[in-house]
Design a protein around this ligand. Structure first.
Ligand code: NAP
Length: 274
């Protein structure tokens, strides 16, 4: 079974008909972690499965070499194309969504199963507790190795602790530089051996990509500002996501780990906007 990939997850959102080809391309380019969701509104999970199947057939990778992550999404985050019976209770919805994901992805287990977002922005609710317990049962039954939560505030995580819930292995959050790159949540994760997955590192931080500190480092390293941001993310222990559709950007994103930033430079980027 593959360990969580240390360097990148390839994100499959918003690719629609291009999902199979881009998933296969990402694997050919060297990505070994794939992030998707059973949320047809933003992801074409069955298309990810088609891309994986093509890569397996072509001998690019085996299932055992790929870290597969998908998500359970509440009805409020879905459109009409639901992967479960909306009249069923939440535990049943989790089981149905997982069964559908495994079928889409052509596998008997995923490596990580993520709660796409809690039911409320204001706290860890009874609905979340029910869904989380169902996700734990999916893990115990072997249909996922690991669990995660996404789009959470520090308060959600603290309430999970207070409720005695098992903590996730992963937190996947949109990472804003003006919030110290989600400093509080990253610190919570680091203190507990949890892995922080950061998304929208580029799109949520367009002003950072134009900042003199970043453009200066990019010029020195012969790299792009996007690569400096990804190098920074890796340096502070994040597992970054990229959903690029460009083969050139795939190469650049994966190559960013070899750029040399000093500890002082990493600290300067960390506090550049907040
Ligand atoms: N949990 C959640 O709620 C949630 C929400 C959003 C996203 N996600 C996950 O995160 C993944 C990534 O999403 P994202 O929001 O970070 O956006 P993204 O899809 O990665 O888009 C990033 C943008 O950056 C560009 N880009 C990528 N690498 C680049 C490079 N080296 N140089 C210049 N531009 C570059 C891309 O353009 P090109 O295509 O032209 O390269 C794209 O326009 C998604 O696919 C999804 O799996 C999760």
């Amino acid at each position: 079974m593959p360990a969580p990939p240390r360097r990148f997850l390839y994100g499959t959102a918003w690719k629609e008909d291009r999902t199979p080809a881009l998933t296969e391309l990402a694997l050919r380019m060297g990505f070994r972690g794939i992030d998707t969701a059973n949320q047809r509104r933003h992801y074409f999970e069955a298309g990810v499965g088609q891309g994986l199947a093509a890569a397996y057939r072509a001998g690019v990778v085996t299932r055992g070499e790929v870290f597969l992550q998908t998500k359970f999404t509440y009805q409020g985050g879905q459109d009409h194309r639901l992967p479960y019976d909306p009249a069923a209770d939440l535990s049943t919805q989790v089981a149905q969504s997982m069964a559908s994901s495994l079928e889409h992805l052509g596998t008997d287990h995923v490596d990580s199963y993520v709660l796409h977002g809690p039911a409320s922005g204001r706290g860890w609710t009874r609905a979340d507790a029910e869904v989380w317990a169902a996700m734990v049962r999916e893990r115990d039954a072997g249909r996922t190795r690991l669990l995660g939560v996404s789009n959470v505030a520090l308060g959600h995580l603290e309430q999970m602790v207070a409720a005695g819930a098992e903590l996730p292995r992963f937190v996947q959050n949109r990472c804003f530089a003006h919030l110290g790159w989600d400093r509080e949540v990253r610190a919570f994760c680091a203190a507990r051996g949890m892995v922080y997955q950061g998304f929208s590192l580029l799109t949520a931080n367009v002003e950072v990509l134009r900042h003199r500190l970043i453009t200066g480092l990019a010029a020195r390293e012969g790299a792009t500002p996007a690569q400096i941001v990804f190098r920074f993310a890796l340096a502070v222990g994040m597992l970054p996501l990229t959903g690029t559709s460009s083969a050139e950007h795939m190469t650049q994103d994966l190559a960013s780990h070899s750029l040399a930033l000093t500890a002082d430079e990493v600290r300067a980027i960390e506090s550049l906007a907040g």
